[in-house]
Design a binder for this molecule. Structure first.
Ligand SMILES: *Cc1c(COP(=O)(O)O)cnc(C)c1O
Length: 410
């Protein structure tokens, strides 16, 4: 059992249900190689903590500490993450045909994406376990986030990413002192290199779902959403899906909130929409074909770097969640993504990342198909800031004018 105060009871394989010890470093299920999920003593939490304990806590994601895996809250490695704004987008909502469209803007987090949540909790727990070097493959923002939190924690970070990762992200990782390697190919190729390096050097493998704590951080997107909506949930949650951790995390979050009584049993269960890019849509394909798992996508290409994941370790969980929630998976083309980045910026002053823009574009498509109704409450996750994707920013180019030249009327 844990020597500290966390409510964690054990780790559980999401594939075969085998149990694993959470007090030691753990990666994949020793029995079947499936991803491990953190399990808590939810009854004890329900008896100890009602949701009004939150009212006098700071706004960071550590406010949900009963449902987080640290033995000692003082071990948290924090850059002030959490409590991102949730707000309505009336102009864009009208354009997309909705009365109530909301965005949860994750672009305001440290290192500019929701990956900060996973890294905050993942790095904190790694430090608690005595880890000194972390390695991970990344499509981009996970590298930024783990590099930032690693720097803060005094842990060395090695990131391996596709050579076509947005340049700002490459430089950003280096600015946090991480060792950055570029490879030809996708995150899958980067992952194969990390796997060998980890075995060789004894580093801590922080690949997506290869350690159980990243998902614990990401699930706080779900806690915050419920709390910000006054302990209600929307009809539809639209989420750009790469590795699927955000979506799996939110599903887990809502289950846990119900189990501890913070969300009523009768509260509605949102439909989840997974959005992928047409140039890399393994989950959409598997969903349409009625499969339980996806096949690796060949030659993944998209401007939405975070969605360039040819085969997610947790794809079977994402597919299960989409079906259980009566949701759907949708793919959108890069052209539409780029158009939508501009539409979002012009109509609402929100600089969406391509992944977030893909999610807004999916809403448009689902409204046209009638899959989402006009009166439904829809929350889109803008998973990162558009600021890192300078190459993709849309809009009319600025015009150079002479000092004495008068601008024409708009
Ligand atoms: C990583 C990433 C995604 C995909 O998130 P998953 O939880 O891995 O599915 C979406 N958007 C951005 C900006 C990302 O960095």
């Amino acid at each position: 059992m844990s020597d500290g105060s966390s409510f964690v009871t054990h780790l559980e394989c999401a594939r075969c249900g085998a149990r694993a010890d959470h007090t030691k470093e753990a990666h994949l299920c020793p029995a079947c190689g499936g991803p491990l999920l953190v399990r808590y003593d939810l009854e004890r939490i329900a008896a100890r903590a009602r949701r009004d304990v939150l009212s006098d806590r700071a706004s960071s994601l550590w406010r949900y500490r009963e449902l987080l895996p640290l033995d000692d809250a003082a071990h948290a490695v924090s850059l002030g993450e959490g409590s991102t704004p949730l707000f309505e987008l009336p102009t864009l909502g009208r354009k997309l045909g909705l009365r109530r469209l909301m965005v949860k803007d994750e672009g305001l987090l440290p290192s500019g994406s929701f990956k900060a949540r996973g890294a905050a909790v993942g790095v904190s727990r790694a430090r608690e376990l005595g880890v000194t070097t972390i390695a991970l493959p990344t499509a981009g923002n996970a590298g930024s986030a783990w590099a930032a939190y690693g720097a803060r924690a005094g842990i060395d970070v090695v990131v391996v990413m596709p050579a076509e990762t947005p340049e700002v992200i490459q430089r950003e990782c280096a600015s946090y002192g991480a060792r950055v390697y570029l490879v030809d190919g996708s995150i899958a190729d980067a992952g194969a290199i990390v796997k060998r390096a980890v075995a060789e050097h004894g580093w801590y493998d922080a690949s997506t779902l290869k350690e159980p704590y990243r998902i614990e951080g990401k699930k706080t997107m779900g806690f915050e959403l419920a709390e910000q909506l006054g302990w209600h949930l929307p009809d539809v949650i639209v989420y750009p899906t790469g590795g699927g951790v955000g979506l799996i995390g939110m599903w887990k979050a809502f289950d846990e909130l119900r189990a501890v009584g913070w969300l009523g049993e009768s509260e509605k269960r949102p439909r989840f929409v997974s959005v992928q890019a047409a140039g890399c849509a393994p989950i959409v394909k598997a969903f349409r074909e009625g499969k339980e798992e996806g096949d690796a996508w060949r030659d993944p290409t998209t401007v939405a770097a975070g969605l360039r994941v040819p085969k997610a370790l947790g794809d079977f969980l994402v597919l299960r969640i989409l079906r259980a929630s009566h949701g759907v998976a949708v793919d959108v083309t890069d052209d539409r993504i780029l158009d939508m980045m501009r539409t979002v910026g012009v109509s609402e002053g929100l600089l969406a990342c391509p992944e977030g823009a893909a999610a807004f574009e999916a809403v448009l498509q689902l409204r046209r198909m009638g899959t989402i109704a006009e009166h439904e409450e829809v929350v889109v996750y803008n998973t990162g800031t558009g600021m890192k994707y300078v190459e993709q920013l849309q809009g009319d180019p600025p015009r150079r004018i002479g000092k004495d030249e008068l601008m024409p009327r708009a």
